[in-house]
Design a protein around this ligand. Sequence first.
Ligand SMILES: *Cc1c(COP(=O)(O)O)cnc(C)c1O
Length: 415
Amino acid sequence: MNAKLDSTIANRPVTRQTFDEVLVPTYAPAAMVPVRGAGLDLWDQNGKHYLDFTSGIAVASLGHCHPVVVEALTRQANTLWHLGNGYTNEPVLRLATALTEATFADRAFFCNSGAEANEAAFKLARKYAHGKFGAQKSRIVSCYQAFHGRTLFTVSVGGQSKYTEGFEPLPPAIDHIVFNDIEGARAAIGDDVCAVVVEPLQGEGGVVPADAAFLQELRALCDQTGALLIFDEVQCGMGRSGDLFHYMTYGVTPDILTSAKALGNGYPIGAMLTTNELAKALNVGTHGTTYGGNPLAATVALTVLETINQPAFLARVKEAGAKLRATMEKLAADYPQVFAQVRGAGLLLGLVTSEGWKGRSKDIQRAAEAHGLMVLIAGMDVLRLAPALIVSDAQIAEADRILRLSLDDLIKAAA
Ligand SMILES: *Cc1c(COP(=O)(O)O)cnc(C)c1O
């Protein structure tokens, strides 16, 4: 019998090796395969335990299998899954109401990922400018080292050429400026610019916070030129900075905000938030997606939002963020040959490697994994920590202990 038709395939053993045989090799996943999670605890196929300081790249912000989210998803799974955009549904109406009440925005558009949220934002900016000013106002300004997703448009707007090489021809009329460079922004943002997009805290680009003065200047330049200011909060939003969205920390309000990652805690959903005036540019038939805001995704996101957007919850994120930062600053001070700097906001921190350890973030990540701690990297020079927002002080202490063990191993191996 053809193995591909074997009806018992669900029971067949699969291993990390299987990945190399049947997946398109876009990723190089770790050697271990996680099979079960609860909170910040994960277990692999061999039953080995890991403390997860990645949250699936800042996604599972309430931890794995949070009981309130599981309950909401299960309830909705037994009620209604999907309708298509010929019908609206109660969960999406509630989610849009909650997001617009909680933010500057009046309107929400839902999709399935961060890239799609940004794609919608860029299309809205183009469409709005086209209608209001004419076709010549089409330029999009973004920052080097920015990351906005992997569709051809969003990867072109992102500022890392390694992600666009070989995919040319790229969409035109996209310029890049140096992140936090005010003079560069002034030079690039002219009357032909329809949108300026920025991450208030660059995640993939190395966990680099924006200067308040830079964001304020972008706001002023957009106001002067009629360009729209887009904040990509796919990674830094939804409570990770200690505020519901990071623009609130800065007091700089964008025209369009994109969210995804933690919005669904692992259930795929993205959102683009904007104002009444701008929303009009995407009238019936101009944009859409089959799954966007379906009842399952909207139910999960509403539950996540209502859990995170509580004063006590966000106060604890700030407290845990300060605790993690102080702990990592102490660690960096104790290992000055390894780490030069700790940066970031809330529970998204980057430990920047020193001169002698440039290019070695992945070595540190692997050493930590061997000791049962999962961490992220943000490029080869930055170790990135993004634990679930429910992380306890004891878990922060445990991560610190394992990181120190891991560094001791690497230093010993080099001696
Ligand atoms: C992850 C990320 C994206 C892309 O999100 P996907 O869901 O992977 O498409 C976009 N912007 C930022 C800032 C991100 O961190």
